[in-house]
Each structure stands twice: as C-alpha cells, then as structure tokens.
Write a protein that binds this ligand. Structure first.
Ligand code: ADP
Ligand code: MG
Length: 466
C-alpha cells in the first residue's frame, strides 16, 4: 500500500499507523528544511511499506540517500517513536518496484515544460562536449554535494537552485559537471535551448557582435536560452565594466524569466574581488557548492573508471601508486594515464608495473614541481616573506598566531614540494619531531580544502618557488 502525501496533513484517527507515521515525518521534514530542499529531496519520496520494524522508503535518486541519512534521520526516528513507540529501521530503495505506482515518475517533477519555448527558434550551438556525463563522473567526498546539486538542476530547471554556483581548484571536474548538466537536460528535453560557454568566450562574442553592429543577434541568442552554463566566471574579473554590464543584463534577463543559470569559478563568490559587487550578490541568490580534491579512495575509483577502456593490465599496486602521486588534480591523474598508454603502446607492453608507471610519468612529475631541487630553506624564505615572518622565527618555537601559521604552511609545502622525509623536515625546522610535521601538514591540508584565502595564498607562494 503506497501513500501519497498531500499537505496540509493532520493526524486523525481514521489514518492508518503507516499514514500517521509518514505524514508526521513529512511535517517534521517540512519544518526542518528550506522549501527548496524539501521540494528537491523529500517531495518525490514515498513510503513503500512498513514491515515489522523496517520502513522501506523510495527515493527518486540514490544520491539522495546521503542527504536523508545526514539530515532526515532524526525526523524519521522522532516520527517512529511518536507513532510506533519504537525505533524503526529504515531501508531506502531507488528502483521502480511493483509496489510503487508508476505514476510516481515525474509526478512532482516540475521539469518546466511550461517554461520551455514552444515556437521554433533558430538552432543554437550548444558548445557542449558529449563525453562529459553524470555517468562517468565519479562521486567522492569532495564533490558529492556539487554533483547532487548539478543533478537537481538537471531534473528541475530553474525551480531548485538558481543560479547554481560551483567553485573549486583546477582539474576537479567543474567543466565536466557543467557539461553533464547540459547533456542530461538535452536527453530529457531534446528541444531545450542550452548553451555552454566559457566566460571568456562570452565576452569575446559580445565584443565581436558589438563591433559588427549585431547586438540584436547576440541578445536573441542568449536571452532565448532555457539553460545557460557559464564556465570560469572568475575570468570576467578585470574586464571592462561595460562587458561585465552585458553579462549582468543577460543574467538578469534570464533569471527574471525563470531560466536556469549555472556558473563555475576557481574561487568562491566571496573571493571574486575583481568583479562588480552587484554581480557577486546575484551569484549568491541561489546555491553555492564547493568541490574539494578527491581523497585516495576516490582517486582510485576515478582511475578504475578511466582504465576501463584501455587494453593494458593495471595491477592494483600500480593504481595505488598513481593515486598516491597525484593528489590534488584529476586532470593530472588523467594525464598520467595518457603518458602511460603512450609508453605502453610504444614499448608494446601488456602490463603496467609500478616501474613502468614511474618511468612514464617522470616528466610530468617534474612539471608538477615535486622535485628534489627545492631546498627547504627556500620554502621557509618564501613563506616567511609572504607572511612577514623571519626564517629564524619559522624555525623557532614561538607560538604567536601568524608565526605558527607561517611555520605550518612552510612544513606543509616542504612535505608537498620536496621528497624529504618527515624527520628530515623536522630537523630543518629547528629540530622538531616528525609528529609535529605530520600535524602541521594534516592541519593545513584540511584547511586548504575549506579556506579559499589560504588556498590562494599557498598557490601564490608555490608560484614564487617554481
Ligand atoms: P575543472 O573544470 O574543475 O578544472 P575538468 O572538469 O576540466 O576540471 O576536469 C579535468 C579532467 O578530470 C576532465 O577530463 C574530467 O573528466 C576529469 N574529472 C574530474 N573530476 C572527475 C570525476 N569526479 N570523475 C571522473 N572524471 C573526473
Ligand atoms: Mg574547467
């Protein structure tokens, strides 16, 4: 027996216990969540059945389970205690089962067919790369929320998060996700008007049309879109106000017309210093999601995904070796696989041993600055200069805030940019214990994931060292 949920619901004696439980849960969830989150994560769910102590709940996407586990567990438990006086177990299902009426699919999905243009408009160049899909985007800790939001947008254009703003460091999959949204929408709604464009290209097109006196064509194209995907918005920074102005107008026109906009950037809206404030304010109207570098497990999963089509045997220890070599950029990880493929082809190898892999990626590793040649002293100097702290202070043990930060950043970089052992690094920092170095490294590493300022600071110190 499946229940539909219609609001408002009231507990009354003629509701079955199951119905009471479910409507009470929905009530709690609605109180707890913002409307947009409720609409997206809860509205399409169903209580399939309660069997003994187990409630089976249907979610219309398995990536939603994590959200339920994290945010809705308490509401479920509260409702089960109130109605059943016990702590039910919860089991989530995602597939259509006989028990779920088929009408559920699309039932609450407001896939804005109403807002989609019906009259034939000139064809647009979507700019999309079809190879970037949700299917081949590996989910991990660092990107799960960005992916969930991207999926949400591609199911409910302009009703869930508008704009969606995704930011993160280079090579972490922003462009991939942006294209995946576009490809998914076109699969669902083939005549949707979708355009992917790097911000830089947008500007160039604008200037070109302006020069040719064809602004009308430009405006017609952009303002007739159902979905605008703008990549690397940070590159608008430093552009003339008039060009930012045109983007501002396009943004407003689409947004007020309820058309979806998704943006990516290498930094959060708060750090888009060189963009006009009113633009940045608009970016924050919707949802902002951060992508952080993949953890080890995710890097392995990404590698497995990418070697599927290759003809070589990759033993596990080779995969683990590779995942250990490139830890902050998926593009590098992919590049390493390309290097290896090339070498395997040239040398007619069948199996990729660690030695082969190491040889193939040697040049790339050198490009990536993890070399033996940067002396720790140089790192200390560069970090010291950046934070206005002397090398002596960095090597010392005073626990003043800015000195501690400089010291920890220098330790972090020494570990990241050189092949020195931890005890060796400790020694170079006035004879500290290797556990101090590990602590500093871990601390800065986790801060870098969440603190844009620090990430940018470290990037600029690294640049000076290269
Ligand atoms: P960004 O735009 O953030 O700099 P890209 O989207 O260009 O990064 O990603 C760089 C490369 O890494 C692309 O080839 C992309 O397919 C791949 N990539 C990044 N993240 C993932 C992931 N989670 N799963 C699979 N491939 C990924
Ligand atoms: Mg990109």
């Amino acid at each position: 027996h499946v229940l539909t949920h219609s609001f408002p619901t009231r507990r009354s004696s003629d509701l079955s216990q199951e119905e009471q439980f479910w409507s009470r849960f929905l009530e709690l969830a609605q109180l707890q969540l913002k409307d947009s989150a409720y609409d997206f994560f809860v509205a399409d769910s169903k209580l399939v059945k309660i069997d003994g102590e187990t409630a089976t709940i249907y979610l219309d996407g398995n990536y939603k389970e994590l959200f339920w586990e994290t945010n809705l567990k308490n509401a479920l438990i509260t409702a089960s205690f109130e109605v059943y006086n016990t702590d039910l177990k919860f089991h989530f299902v995602f597939e259509d089962t006989e028990e779920i009426p088929s009408s559920h699919s699309g039932e609450n999905r407001r896939l804005s067919s109403g807002s989609l243009t019906t009259e034939p408009l000139p064809k647009i160049d979507t700019g999309l790369k079809s190879k970037y899909t949700f299917d081949n985007f590996v989910q991990g800790d660092g990107n799960i929320w960005a992916k969930a939001a991207a999926l949400a947008v591609s199911e409910n254009l302009a009703t869930t998060y508008n704009p969606l703003f995704i930011y993160g460091g280079p090579g972490l999959g922003k462009t991939h996700l942006l294209n995946a949204i576009g490809n998914q929408i076109l699969e669902n709604i083939p005549n949707a008007r979708v355009k992917y464009v790097p911000a830089e290209t947008f500007i160039n097109e604008f200037l070109e049309h302006l020069r040719l006196g064809e602004m009308k064509t430009f405006k017609n194209t952009y303002r007739s879109l159902d979905l605008l995907l703008i990549d690397d918005i940070q590159s608008l920074g430093g552009k003339k106000v008039t060009t930012q102005e045109e983007f501002f107008n396009t943004f407003n026109a689409l947004h007020s017309d309820n058309k979806q906009i998704v943006l990516t950037s290498d930094r959060s809206p708060d750090h888009l210093d060189s963009l006009e404030e009113r633009l940045v304010t608009r970016f924050k109207w919707g949802l902002t999601q951060n992508i952080t570098p993949p953890d080890f497990e995710t890097r392995i999963a990404i590698l497995r995904n990418k070697i599927e089509d290759l003809d070589y045997i990759f033993p596990n220890d080779t995969l683990e070796y590779l995942a250990g070599q490139f830890d902050s950029n998926v593009r590098d990880l992919e590049g390493a696989l390309n290097d290896i493929s090339l070498m395997a082809k040239v040398k007619k190898l069948k199996e990729i041993t660690i030695d082969v892999a190491a040889e193939a990626i040697r040049a790339r590793k050198n490009d990536n600055s993890k070399t033996l040649v940067i002396p720790i002293e140089k790192i200390q100097e560069a970090v010291g200069a950046f934070y206005g702290v002397s090398v002596k202070e960095i090597k010392g043990s005073r626990r003043v805030q800015n000195i501690v930060l400089a010291r920890q950043v220098a330790m972090y970089l020494s570990r990241e940019m050189t092949d020195n052992s931890l005890p060796r690094i400790g020694k170079e920092f006035g004879g500290k214990d290797h556990t101090t170095v590990i602590h500093a490294y871990e601390k800065i590493k986790s801060m870098v994931d969440t603190d844009d300022n620090l990430r940018l600071e470290i990037q600029s110190i690294k640049k000076k060292l290269n």
